[in-house]
Design a protein around this ligand. Structure first.
Ligand code: HEM
Length: 414
């Protein structure tokens, strides 16, 4: 019932992204103009939460209107209007539910003992339901009004939200909330992670930033909003997104368990025997950095590897070495939505900003100084601390400075 909703027409409706990208970029510009750096990771998590809730429920939680945090070292950091904003409650409940999911996954079947006295997720679920419940009621009522009580009209309507589509199948509020929150969890932090690491790379690689801007100037210019037809043909942008997902995959570790007893090949030895039901974890993060799979420059950030002969040499012949969205029947349903959303946001960002740099003076967590770069490893390469729960992020936010593109530059490129 979910799959038809992710059709091309639906996911290439860029109006959903426009409003929240505009709002996020103006909030960022305002804060930067006041002389403060911004936590880019926090800003894009607000953007992806607003776009995803609008796409799914037809109503955004409006997380961007809460404003942005100040660096923890700033005396302005704990404004009560920011901390008590209704969207902050929703976002916090979503993140804390995610932490419980991870714990539950790690502890496995003994998790029930931890919940002997109380349901750990209940409070967070209630906080989210407070927002979702009235929207559900409205969708159920309107479905009944349309005379579709028995759910006969199951095709996806043109202007329909995901929720309006789901209520044609069931009015069971528990099922509806589970479905919606499941997709929201899958959609928000993954795309926020991708955008965060894209900007981290831009702070390190002005050469890549210049090539992206060149492609934008050729295809769209610096004043027009991007359309689906523009982003579809932007090869360097897509290669940049893929290279970011290769070295900084949003989902760095994944797992599968076989339904029946199975074996896995073991290069120079007998195959591995995997009994049915055994959970096998694998690191997409490490696989994406292997020189035997990606070549001797596997550790270098180079989008061209998705455009030149290396693409055919390594990837066409062995496509399962690149798994940011996983593969097979349970491949990410939102893959195209994510590419569209990230492309849209990055184009708008690069149309408006320049000179991206890390604000290391306010960055709360930095890699320890003894982590010196070592050839053949990525130890000590990154200037920020990577952090991983279900998704990968920058520990304690990605604090950056960037400059608004000046008018002269814009005019010169038109
Ligand atoms: C850069 C962004 C994203 C990345 C890297 C990503 C990655 C993934 C991965 C690795 C999985 C498979 C998890 C597993 O092994 O079970 C997955 C599943 C899924 N993703 Fe995404 N995702 C992204 C964005 C999105 C978005 C924006 C949506 C929805 C709008 C979405 C919806 C889903 C859904 C519904 C599933 C479950 C599919 C199923 O089990 O059949 N994802 N995603």
């Amino acid at each position: 019932m979910t799959r038809p909703f992710f059709s091309r027409v639906r996911i290439s409706d860029y109006d959903v992204f426009e409003r929240y990208a505009e709002e996020t970029l103006s909030v960022l510009a305002e804060r930067l103009a006041s002389g403060h750096p911004v936590d880019f990771q926090d800003a894009v998590a607000r953007f992806t939460l607003d776009s995803a809730t609008e796409f799914l429920f037809g109503k955004a939680v409006d997380a961007i209107s809460a404003g942005l945090p100040y660096p923890p070292s700033s005396p302005l950091s704990s404004s009560s209007s920011f901390l008590n904003h209704p969207s902050t409650k929703f976002a916090k409940a979503l993140s804390q539910s995610q932490e419980i999911i991870i714990l539950c996954g790690i502890i496995g079947k003994h998790w029930r003992l931890f919940e002997f006295w109380r349901d750990e997720a209940l409070k967070h679920r209630k906080d989210m339901e407070e927002f979702v419940s009235p929207i559900l009621d409205e969708a159920i009522m309107s479905n009944r009004k349309d005379g579709n009580v028995n759910g006969n009209l199951k095709e996806v309507g043109e202007e329909e939200t995901f929720l309006e589509h789901l209520v044609k199948f069931t009015e069971d509020k528990k099922v509806l909330i589970d479905e919606l929150l499941n997709i929201l969890l899958a959609a928000r932090d993954t795309t926020a992670s991708l955008l965060t690491f894209c900007v981290y790379v831009l702070t390190q690689r002005p050469d890549i930033c210049a090539r992206l801007k060149f492609e934008i100037s050729e295809k769209i210019g610096f004043t027009r909003r991007p359309a689906y037809e523009d982003t579809r043909d932007m090869k360097y942008l897509r290669a940049f997104l893929n290279e970011t997902l290769r070295l900084y995959p949003s989902v760095p570790i994944d797992a599968r368990s076989p339904k029946k007893d199975a074996t896995l090949p073991n290069k120079n030895d007998k195959p591995w025997y995997i009994p049915a039901g055994t959970r096998c974890f694998y690191s997409v993060f490490l696989m994406h950095r292997r020189e035997d799979l990606w070549g001797p420059d596997a550790l270098d950030f180079d989008p061209d590897r998705f455009l030149d002969q290396r693409f055919h040499r390594y990837l066409t012949s062995n496509p399962f070495i690149f798994l940011p969205f996983n593969a097979g029947p349970r491949i990410c349903l939102g893959q195209q939505f994510a590419y569209n959303e990230a492309s849209y946001f990055l184009i708008k960002l690069l149309q408006k900003f320049d000179d991206f740099s890390l604000a290391l003076d306010v960055q709360p967590s930095l890699p320890p100084p003894e982590w010196k770069p070592e050839p053949g490893t990525t130890k000590g390469r990154d200037k920020v601390m990577l952090f991983s729960q279900l998704t990968m992020s920058v520990k304690d936010g990605l604090w950056v400075r960037m400059k608004s593109v000046n008018e002269t530059f814009q005019d010169g490129q038109k």
